[in-house]
Structure formats: structure tokens, C-alpha cells
Design a protein around this ligand. Structure first.
Ligand code: F6R
Length: 369
């Protein structure tokens, strides 16, 4: 059942290219068109949407944070992302023009379910992004876009996360397509890029041995920090969450720009800091800023573990460890940048003798509030 792997988590990490491809199947094609007829919210309703609110927990919440960048960029509709457990307690502003997107692998997370019930009571339309056919969250939503990750057994979410990202991009692109924005050409290009992305994930998986080795060498550490900017910030949060739940280590993710507002005080000799570097193409200002962040922390003794695009030479002098990821469009980078962080956490957990598939105190599906 584990298909020759020691743990379900390893198997599920390896299944990610297929999970991504399956989630795209029949929805995008190489010519740059998108068909999401299964989302049964009429185009006329989607054109009237004036706000998107995403609700989710844990790893699914991180997918939502990334979705915000994509939705606001491609659709020009404001998007908020909220922890489902906080949502209904702060009296959120919702009406018929609000599209609520509830993201959940299991479809049974009580916090997310309560958030969507609250949203529907206020008249909002709810679209579920879910991996489990016929589960409660899609049943109670107006529409559903299923992720096709297949069953995820390991408690720590990996392939479901990548497919949640794919579904979020599809929703963002679809909304952009239906509403028509100045990004029409870019949307077509990205749809084409998405049809190649499973291959990029596959290439990352083929180069993970040095990451495993590095993880084993850090098994005695107490703390690892993660930094990112733009969509790399939620990736950093996800890397930190994986490390907490699997390796039981103190791990924190920060927006790199926040360093100087506090977290830089944490940097000390030999502290491992993972930095997710945005592409030097596109938003190159961000790239340059993060390179100076890496310089700053390294000058203070940090051991820098740099995740950067192939061909990005600017990071080389400041990287104690360099992990290469394929070139992708800026907004899609999380699909490849997250994978090394999953492998890193899984290997650290093994090296520390932890139960990889069943971390202590955790359950796969959290059906209590
Ligand atoms: C982390 C993890 C959890 C879940 C969260 C939401 O690896 O698995 O943080 O992502 O409990 O679960 P779902 O997506 O089932 O609503």
C-alpha cells in the first residue's frame, strides 16, 4: 500500500507530479483555454462578485494566502484570506456579491464548515476546493472544484497542498477570464505554463538527495527560520509548519521585509535560515531586496539555505546551501518551491526518530472546533 516507500508521506510527495497533472486534466489545454463548467456558479454571478474571501485552516490556509496574490493580480477583485477558526467570531462583512472560497483537503474540518455556514447565512456564494468526494464541505457549498490528489494518508499534507494551489490558480484564471481584465494575454500564457508544470515538479523531485543530506546534518538543531517575499512568504510559512508538525522543532516563517522590524534579533551564529528567493525576472526589485536580506543575515552568522531559480547567479556568493528550482512564472513558483521544504521536514523527522505519518497530538481530519 505504501508502494515500496517507508512512509505514506514519501509516497505522497513522490505522487505530486501526477496529482498536479490530474487536477489540471480536462480543465486546461496547451492552447491556453480553460474549461471549468463544473463550477456551477453562472458567469453572470461571477461578474458581479466584488470581493473574494478565502477561509481555511493550516496548510489549506497557506494555499489561500498564495491564492490571494493570484486572484487580486488576475481579476483585480479584492481578496481576503482568513483563518476559518477566526472568521465568524469577528462579524465579517459579507453579502450576495461576496464569493467565499472554502479550501479543505478532507472536506470535514469543523472550523471551515462553520465558517462557510456563516457565510451562506449572510447570503454569500460559497465555492469549495476539496479533495474528498461527497464530503460535508462540498455538500454544503454552492459549487465545488475538486482537487484530484487521490487519498492522502499521511497526516502532514503534501500532495493535497499542491493540488489546492492548482485549483486556486484555476479559480483565479477563470474569474479573470470571465470578467475580462487587462491581463487577458498573460492569463492565456499562464494557462499554457500550467500544462507544463507537472514536469517541473518532477524535476525538483529528481534533485532532492542533497536536501535530504542537509536535513540529516541539522537533526540536532533546535530552531530553523524560513524567509520569503511575495508568494514566497506563504511558502515560508508552510515550510515552518511542516517542520513543527513533523520534526517537532521550533520553526517560524517570516516575510523577509519584516526582518529588520524584529526577527533579525533572532539571528545567531550557525542558525539555519531557509530563504525562498523570487525569480530575478518579472518582479526583479523583490529579488534584489531578498538578496540583500540574505547578505544581512549571513553577515550575522546565519547558515543560509537558499531556494532559487536555475540561472539565478546573484544568490550564489551568499548561499551556504543552494537548492535549485526550475524557472516558472512568478505566481506559480510555490508549486516548485514548496517541494524541497516538504522533503526537508520529512527527512528531519526521520533523522530525529519521529513517527512521520502520524505526528504526535495530530489527527488527519479535525472534526471538532
Ligand atoms: C498540515 C495539515 C493541516 C491541515 C488542516 C486543514 O500538514 O495537514 O494543517 O491542512 O487541518 O485540513 P483540511 O484541508 O482537511 O481542511
Amino acid at each position: 500500500e505504501k508502494g515500496g516507500y517507508d512512509y505514506f508521506m514519501l509516497k505522497e510527495i513522490a505522487e505530486q507530479p501526477k496529482a498536479v497533472a490530474d487536477t489540471l486534466l480536462g480543465r486546461v489545454d496547451g492552447s491556453g483555454t480553460l474549461s471549468l463548467d463544473e463550477v456551477r456558479i453562472p458567469a453572470s454571478v461571477l461578474r458581479e462578485v466584488d470581493k473574494v474571501v478565502i477561509v481555511a485552516c493550516g496548510t489549506a490556509f497557506h494555499a489561500g494566502l498564495i491564492a490571494k496574490y493570484a486572484i487580486e493580480h488576475w481579476t483585480r477583485v479584492p481578496c481576503e484570506v482568513e483563518l476559518a477558526s477566526e472568521f465568524r467570531y469577528r462579524d465579517p462583512i459579507l453579502d450576495q456579491q461576496t464569493l467565499v472560497v472554502a479550501i479543505s483537503q478532507s472536506g470535514e474540518t469543523m472550523d471551515t464548515l462553520m465558517a462557510l455556514r456563516h457565510a451562506r447565512e449572510q447570503g454569500a456564494k460559497v465555492l469549495a476546493i476539496c479533495n474528498t468526494n461527497g464530503s460535508t464541505i462540498p455538500r454544503e457549498s454552492d459549487a465545488v472544484l475538486y482537487t484530484h490528489a487521490g487519498p492522502e494518508v499521511a497526516v502532514a499534507s503534501t500532495k493535497a497542498f499542491l493540488t489546492q494551489l492548482v485549483a486556486c490558480y484555476l479559480v483565479a484564471l477563470y474569474l479573470g477570464q470571465v470578467r475580462g481584465t487587462k491581463y487577458g494575454d498573460e492569463i492565456r500564457d499562464v494557462i499554457r505554463d500550467l500544462s507544463q508544470i507537472a514536469g517541473a515538479v518532477e524535476r525538483v523531485l529528481e534533485t532532492m538527495e542533497p536536501v535530504r543530506e542537509l536535513a540529516r546534518s541539522l537533526a540536532h538543531k533546535n530552531t530553523v527560520l524560513f524567509l520569503g517575499r511575495h508568494v514566497g512568504h506563504p511558502v515560508a510559512l508552510e515550510g515552518a509548519l511542516k517542520l513543527k508538525e513533523l520534526a517537532y522543532m521550533h520553526a517560524e516563517g517570516f516575510a523577509a521585509g519584516e526582518l529588520k522590524h524584529g526577527p533579525i534579533a533572532l539571528i545567531e551564529e550557525d542558525l539555519p535560515v531557509v530563504v525562498v528567493v523570487p525569480s530575478p525576472r518579472g518582479r526583479s526589485v523583490l529579488h534584489d531586496k531578498i538578496v540583500s536580506n540574505i547578505q544581512e543575515i549571513r553577515a550575522r552568522g546565519a547558515r543560509t539555505i537558499v531556494i532559487a531559480e536555475e540561472g539565478d547567479e546573484a544568490v550564489v556568493p551568499y548561499a551556504d546551501h543552494l537548492v535549485r528550482i526550475p524557472v516558472t512564472p512568478t505566481l506559480l513558483q510555490p508549486l516548485v518551491a514548496t517541494v524541497p521544504l516538504q522533503v526537508f521536514a520529512c527527512e528531519l523527522a526521520t533523522a530525529r526518530g519521529n513517527e512521520v505519518d502520524q505526528p504526535r497530538n495530530l489527527a488527519k481530519s479535525v472534526t471538532v472546533e
